[in-house]
Design a protein around this ligand. Structure first.
Ligand code: HEC
Ligand code: HEC
Ligand code: HEC
Ligand code: HEC
Ligand code: HEC
Length: 386
């Protein structure tokens, strides 16, 4: 990491002497810490160095999947299986996104602590440029160089800082959120889905939805007083509340036919996501479920699933992430909902309650478990009752 003392003259409006002493103190402390921890890892500094001054951002990043992109057991299981079946080849594929500092350090055997930090502060903030035409290595890295982001005229006592336009654009995310598997087949296209949407045409980037401004401090005020009372949330806001209303569900019709059957028509709209639902890995699907209840009537349930279907060379559908990533040769179909797309689904039940009929329609995002395809996690995304 390059350490510069040039930024010294900045002061946040405090009496000059106090500020000078304070900054000098931090410079000494900061300098020692940054330089020594950075040197074991080919120039990258660990997130615990950044934490000393950017505590609010650190805490929000800690909650994100980026901070556990290498260590989480779901990845670890899939990675070890892919590693074995590819005789080690997977380390040149998976770590590019799940432990990206390895791109610069070459540490594909994860011997350095920084590698296991996954998508860490210093990886993103030393990206100098992104070139999506280079699919092998879309990031131009300036390890140990300036910390870049979207603050104009930022000045720090321990590192050079500079504005970089990438940080406000989806291209910053696209280097990893556009995934080809080990056979070169596109298994995740979140960026392309966004690029083709109205959100992209209106200039709403990934950060606009996933990195909102939240209350807190960019820098600990003891280090530097800055005017802003907000920082960009780094937790990715991937929470159930946000997902809870991503999909609008409306029951258009629930009608008995003359022959005593029941026809239910449901409209489902991708109202809030800037890309398809589901997006990313085909191990996720969107399930629309209709339940019919009534007096003296055994509850009837029907489901339809939407998503991407990948097959292996024998035409067998693959569900687990590891199979998709190592063996998928073709996307057979993709029925996921595009941004703002409405889909109307028709359900036919062989009988209907004579009285007290209640029809409920719910949309769930279903994650298939990595270890056993029998186990699934469901998140409710929208629902309606008639
Ligand atoms: C000793 C305190 C300190 C440490 C340690 C520190 N920073 Fe900073 N950083 C600052 C200050 C002060 C600013 C300036 C904020 C401003 O001017 O608004 C800043 C600004 C930034 C910016 C904004 C750049 C821009 O132009 O938009 C980024 C990005 C950044 N730091 C990343 C990091 C990363 C990554 C680490 C760990 C490798 C780190 N910082 C460690 C104090 C620190
Ligand atoms: C996935 C890449 C990524 C990672 C990992 C990451 N950041 Fe950021 N960071 C960004 C982006 C993008 C922005 C700008 C968001 C915007 O302007 O919309 C940003 C903004 C910032 C800023 C400028 C202030 C602000 O809130 O805009 C600082 C300082 C910063 N990050 C520090 C950190 C620290 C410290 C860590 C680790 C604890 C970290 N970042 C991890 C991408 C990342
Ligand atoms: C260096 C690669 C990299 C970059 C750059 C990156 N991501 Fe990620 N992101 C990942 C990986 C890998 C995961 C999955 C972590 C896991 O589940 O193990 C992830 C997960 C996520 C998730 C959570 C997905 C879920 O299933 O809950 C969101 C949301 C996300 N990223 C948004 C962003 C945004 C927005 C940006 C740009 C500011 C960005 N990412 C930049 C690699 C990256
Ligand atoms: C208009 C707002 C919006 C924009 C723009 C947006 N997203 Fe999302 N994103 C959402 C919502 C809402 C969800 C939750 C619903 C879902 O999972 O599809 C989500 C979910 C995700 C997930 C998790 C998917 C899962 O199934 O767990 C990832 C990864 C993601 N977004 C990445 C991105 C990236 C990368 C971009 C930019 C290319 C982006 N998003 C742009 C709103 C947005
Ligand atoms: C181009 C970047 C990239 C590469 C290469 C990559 N991944 Fe990922 N991976 C991601 C992102 C981004 C996510 C989270 C969002 C999504 O599904 O797109 C993810 C999610 C995952 C998940 C979670 C799936 C789930 O359903 O929640 C597993 C497991 C995984 N990756 C394993 C691997 C393995 C094993 C490899 C190597 C064979 C690999 N990945 C290669 C970017 C990548």
């Amino acid at each position: 990491m390059s350490v510069t003392g040039k930024a010294f003259t900045v002061c946040g409006g405090r009496p000059l002497v106090v500020v000078a002493v304070l900054l000098a103190l931090f410079f000494t402390v900061g300098h020692g810490v940054v330089a020594s921890e950075a040197s074991d890892s080919n120039g990258y500094a660990t997130s615990s160095v950044c934490k000393k001054c950017h505590i609010d951002i650190y805490n929000s990043w800690k909650k994100s999947l980026h901070s556990i992109s290498y260590t989480n057991p779901i990845f670890k299981n899939a990675y070890s299986e892919a590693y074995l079946s590819s005789k080690g080849g997977a380390k040149y594929v998976c770590l590019k996104c799940h432990a990206p500092t390895s791109l610069a350090t070459g540490d594909v055997d994860v011997e350095q602590a920084i590698t296991a930090e996954g998508v860490t502060c210093d990886f993103c903030h030393t990206v100098e440029a992104v070139d999506l035409t280079n699919s092998e290595s879309p990031f131009k890295l300036d390890v140990g160089g300036k910390k870049r982001a979207s603050i104009k005229d930022a000045k720090s006592p321990v590192h050079a800082a500079s504005y970089a336009k990438w940080f406000n654009t989806s291209e910053m995310c696209a280097g990893c959120h556009e995934v080809a598997n080990m056979k070169g087949v596109k298994t995740g296209s979140t960026y392309t889905e966004w690029k083709q949407s109205e959100y992209a045409r209106n200039g709403l980037q990934c950060q606009g939805c996933h990195m909102a401004q939240v209350k807190g401090k960019v820098v600990d005020p003891a280090v530097k007083e800055t005017a802003s009372d907000t920082f960009h949330d780094h937790s990715l806001s991937h929470n159930v509340a946000q997902m809870g209303d991503a999909v609008d569900v409306v029951i258009l019709n629930a009608q008995r036919t003359e022959s005593g059957r029941l026809v239910v028509e449901v409209a489902m709209t991708n109202a809030k996501a800037g890309h398809n639902v589901p997006t990313g890995m085909p191990s996720r699907s969107l399930v629309l479920e209709v339940r019919v209840k009534g007096t003296n009537f055994t509850e009837a349930i029907q489901r339809k699933a939407y998503g991407k279907k990948l097959v292996d060379e024998n035409g067998k559908t693959l569900v687990r992430a590891v199979d998709v990533l190592t063996r998928g040769v073709k996307v057979l179909e993709n029925t996921s909902l595009k941004p703002n797309e409405q889909r109307i689904a028709r359900f036919m039940f062989s009988s209907a309650p004579k009285s007290g009929m209640v029809v409920t329609a719910s949309a769930y995002l279903v994650y298939t478990n990595e270890v056993s395809t029998e186990e699934q996690t469901q998140i409710l995304m929208g629902s309606a009752t008639k």
